[in-house]
Design a protein around this ligand. Structure first.
Ligand SMILES: *[C@@H]1O[C@H](CO)[C@@H](O)[C@H](O)[C@H]1NC(C)=O
Ligand SMILES: *[C@@H]1O[C@H](CO)[C@@H](O)[C@H](O)[C@H]1NC(C)=O
Ligand SMILES: [Zn+2]
Ligand SMILES: [Zn+2]
Ligand SMILES: [Zn+2]
Length: 540
């Protein structure tokens, strides 16, 4: 399981400066209303699944889906309101589809996250029966009851809650019992038809699966229907390779896992035309640009920022298929990611090789230091490495971008905002040349860089970046997403500060100083491992 994403340090780290405050009211500003943007009405059932003629696959009921290898095309029906959408109407809410299905919270977070909407909160109400489920309020509790009822009895009987895979499998099977056979409304594919890839599992994964099945049997309370061992294993296999990682309302932490069969129909493309986002307890499939009639919808299962070979390797290892998308075939971005500093003379190949190796070695040391919370060490490694890279690697070089990203996060965390801002700016300039202009990871990176500039008092650049991030996140996350709302508030605040700055710099700095000394409010997120952006939760 991959809840504690990589090297995420414990939140209450003893030397942690987290919480010791930094300027400017961000949180208090969340009152600003959402943008005046038209929202296209969603209608159920507007997606259609068609067998892909190019690879001759059959309809889902006829064949086990070769997920996630290419097999079916998910397209919009011509009646979908987004057909024929012009470029200029973009920026409106471009949600294609919204799904809720079987979803559970991660085991380490069951007391901190609402089991219905997955908001991370301090104060939650506990289910009086099982004392396991937690909710924001009565509404969330009521909404959960249908799915929680059996779980509640099972947890009570067992005396504790099993891990999330087991809880999810049980929810899926209780649903199957409730809804009996046939496809539920709005469901384009049955869980029976999803691939489980158990044959591809390594020994260790197989053992994990067997343990889960055993523990499941102790937990499961049947409502009548009997499921065979093969079927139970199938469900666990499906969860393992099709489980969708749910993140909290700020997109900062993985808080749960869900199975959304419809989502599994969307194929991977490294340069996709849709994105998936978890918003208020629901999965949204959002369009990133104009969708043409009959076009296949695609999403990216992984972060784009990697060399073609590495992306392909990651997809093969985690999702068992060979990516043959256009980006992978043409290796479009590799030149930028491997670029060497222009100049006369160009750095020698041997030097480039040496610096690249040095960067990779440093990266390992950084990961280790970061996992131990030794952030000052991390800063030292980053500074050394950037100095070595500077005369040799171009600004879009992946090894440079990785160091810039870590160093800006860690420096922000240590409240060394000016140096953090300088590195964040270089990183964003590189990202803008590499990522699709509507990419969620890009939007989040620009947002963090904007906040860093703001905190460093570089208000013009900071405001510009916050506006840019807002524009990206309106498309990738939508105006109703809590992060987009935060950004909108920050945009208003930085705009006000920028105006103040332009009218009278002296007054601006005076006020800033005052704010800095009095207001322990906005804090930086603890630096975390960047290796997110993977939509399905199968671990590597
Ligand atoms: C959407 O993505 C699919 C598959 O990646 C591709 O075939 C199609 O041309 C894309 N459409 C647009 C408008 O980008
Ligand atoms: C890049 O690819 C490698 C090899 O597949 C993988 O281990 C790594 O996690 C990827 N990095 C990111 C940031 O996705
Ligand atoms: Zn809730
Ligand atoms: Zn309960
Ligand atoms: Zn690809």
């Amino acid at each position: 399981m991959c809840w504690a994403r990589g090297n995420l340090p414990a939140r209450a780290h003893s030397n942690s400066p987290f919480g010791q405050g930094m300027l400017v009211v961000v949180c208090a500003l969340l009152l600003v209303s959402s943008p005046a943007m038209g929202s296209l009405q969603l209608a159920e059932g507007l997606l259609c699944v068609t067998p892909s003629t190019s690879c001759g696959m059959m309809a889902p009921s006829d064949a086990m889906l070769q997920w996630p290898t290419r097999r079916l095309l998910l397209t919009l029906l011509p009646s979908h309101p987004l057909h024929g959408l012009t470029k200029t109407r973009f920026g409106a809410d471009v949600t294609l589809y919204r799904w809720t299905r079987d979803q559970v919270t991660g085991s380490s977070l069951t007391h901190n996250v609402c089991h219905t909407c997955f908001k991370r909160q301090e104060k939650l109400h506990r289910c009086g029966q099982c004392k396991f489920a937690h909710y924001c309020d009565r509404t969330c509790q009521k909404d959960a009851w249908l799915n929680h009822k059996n779980e509640c009895s099972a947890v009570k009987k067992l005396g504790k809650a099993p891990n999330e895979n087991i809880r999810l499998a049980a929810r899926i099977m209780w649903r199957i019992e409730r809804e009996s056979s046939g496809l539920a409304e709005g469901c384009l594919v049955s869980i029976d038809d999803l691939q489980n890839h158990i044959d591809n599992f390594q020994d260790e994964e197989k053992n994990g699966l067997m343990d889960d099945v055993q523990n499941f049997l102790d937990y499961w309370l049947s409502q009548g229907q009997q499921f065979g061992m093969n079927y139970i294993s199938h469900i666990f296999g499906v969860i393992s390779c099709n489980g969708f990682t749910l993140s909290d309302q700020r997109g900062l932490q993985a808080v749960g896992v869900g199975i959304f069969p419809n989502l599994c129909l969307v194929n991977h493309d490294c340069w996709p035309n849709c994105t998936v986002i978890f918003n208020n307890g629901k999965i949204e499939l959002r369009s990133l640009g104009k969708i043409n009639k009959g076009d296949e919808l695609s999403v990216s299962y992984i972060d784009f920022l990697n060399l073609t070979e590495d992306r392909q390797q990651q997809l093969k290892r985690q999702y068992y298929f060979d990516c043959t998308c256009e980006q992978c075939t043409k290796k479009t971005t590799d030149a930028l990611l491997l670029a060497v500093k222009e100049g006369d003379p160009k750095p020698a190949d041997s030097v480039v090789k040496e610096v690249t190796q040095f960067s990779m070695d440093t990266m390992e040391k950084i990961d280790k230091a970061r996992s131990e919370g030794l952030y000052h060490e991390v800063v030292k490694y980053c500074r050394d490495c950037l100095k070595r890279q500077e005369p040799v690697l171009a600004d879009t070089n992946i090894h440079k971008l990785r160091i810039l990203s870590i160093s800006s996060e860690v420096l922000s965390y240590l409240q060394m905002f000016e140096e953090a801002a300088e590195n964040a700016k270089k990183m964003v300039d590189g990202y803008l040349k590499i990522y699709h202009p509507h990419n969620a990871q890009l939007g989040m990176a620009v947002m963090r860089a904007g906040v860093t500039h703001w905190h460093a008092g570089i208000i013009e650049v900071g405001h510009g970046m916050i506006c840019k991030a807002f524009a990206i996140l309106l498309i990738t996350h939508g105006p109703s997403h809590p992060i987009a709302k935060d950004l909108e508030a920050m945009r208003a605040q930085t705009e006000m500060e920028l105006r103040m700055f332009q009218q009278n710099e002296f007054v601006y700095y005076k006020m800033r100083e005052a704010a800095l000394s009095n207001r322990p409010i906005q804090v930086m997120q603890e630096p975390k491992n960047e290796a997110q952006g993977m939509i399905f939760h199968k671990k590597s």
